[in-house]
Design a protein around this ligand. Structure first.
Ligand code: SAM
Length: 330
């Protein structure tokens, strides 16, 4: 499908440009930035480099230098910057000497603001969407705006950059070939445990966003429902007190239960069910504990099937263990 092209919004008489910023037949590429200084000092001439459309702009997850030159260009040139929190974005913008019209776009006003932003986009505006940190839409607002813009035939592109999920994954030491991004687990215990049971059998490394006060309880639930897998807790990534703590879920749960709720922002990364290290970490005691929990609500057959799936242990072996445990309880 041909990429959508747009008439240039300012400085008339120029060729239509592709929003993608990549050169292609019949469309001039959006020029590359020559440095943040230039972007920071962008004037209306600079603004005219960008075609109308919605630009999803990733911002740093801590270290303010983790922003791309192209992101700075778009923030300098945008007619409107839709921010999760205008005060947070203000800090980033003043760090780079940028000013620009900022509008709040967050979960509480999105229904009201979305039509307004779509109207501006239809009128030919360059609209940048940013969240407080990292990549918009990733556990942050923006999905419905993107979906509506696509439905309305508005061009959408992204300025990729930091995201805590990938930063944590690459530092975890756990397999990165297949992964599942869970985002935040539900805050209520019953719902949280239900979601953990749902993702227990995924053959992929799991990535979960969490807060300090809930960390120890979540790790304990994970140890119980996923089995005692290898995991990593990534805290304050890219910031002064960046910390990576690796261990089994039970070790990590015990550490944070004793140390108390850590400060700062946290990602938990957990080995997948079929990971070699996961299988090695599922001790016989952990297997029995998982079976006992399952047997409380399921038949021997169902409990052993669920636990075999969740732990990666052979079905036959788990069934025999379940029979023995069920017999012991009678
Ligand atoms: N959109 C963001 C992204 O791309 O990563 C995520 C936004 S979500 C509302 C915020 C959560 O991301 C935090 O509660 C934490 O779990 C994680 N997070 C963000 N920054 C982080 C950092 N510097 N270190 C560790 N986790 C971080």
């Amino acid at each position: 499908m041909p990429r959508r092209q747009f008439a240039h919004k300012a400085g008339g008489g120029k060729k239509a440009r592709a929003i993608s910023g990549r050169g292609e037949q019949g469309a001039e590429p959006i020029e590359a930035a020559s440095g943040s200084k230039q972007a920071a000092g962008a004037d209306s001439g600079e603004a005219s480099r960008f075609a109308a459309g919605l630009y999803i702009v990733a911002t740093p997850i801590g270290n303010l230098r983790d922003i791309t030159l192209r992101a700075l260009d778009v923030l300098a040139a945008a007619d409107v910057i839709a921010c999760e929190d205008t005060r947070v974005t203000e800090k980033l913008m003043s760090r780079y000497g940028l000013a620009g019209q900022r509008l709040a776009y967050h979960e509480h006003n999105a229904e009201r603001m979305r039509p307004l932003l779509i109207e501006k986009l239809k009128a030919g505006a360059v609209v940048a969407l940013v969240s407080d940190a990292g990549t918009p839409l990733i556990s942050d607002p923006g999905f419905k705006l993107v979906r509506t813009a696509i439905a309305e035939g508005i061009a959408v592109t992204t300025l990729p950059g930091a995201s805590a999920a990938l930063a944590a994954l690459v530092l975890s030491g756990l397999p990165s070939d297949r992964f599942f991004f869970q985002g935040f687990l539900p805050p209520k215990e019953a719902a949280r445990r239900r979601v953990l049971s749902e993702i227990a059998s995924l053959h992929a490394t799991l990535i979960v966003y969490e807060t300090g006060p809930r960390l120890a309880a979540t790790l304990a639930d994970m140890a119980e429902l996923l089995g005692n897998r290898p995991a990593a807790v990534a805290r304050e990534l890219t910031k002064l007190y960046e910390e990576l703590r690796r261990g089994t879920l039970a070790e990590l749960a015990a550490h944070y239960a004793a140390a108390g709720a850590p400060k700062g922002e946290i990602v938990i990364v957990v080995g997948g069910v079929d990971d070699e290290a996961t299988r090695a970490a599922i001790t016989d005691e952990a297997l029995d504990a998982a079976l006992e929990t399952a047997l409380a609500t399921m038949s021997v057959k169902d409990a052993s099937a669920a636990v075999a799936e969740a732990t990666g242990r052979p079905r036959r072996e788990v069934y025999q263990r379940a029979l023995a445990l069920a017999g012991r309880g009678e």
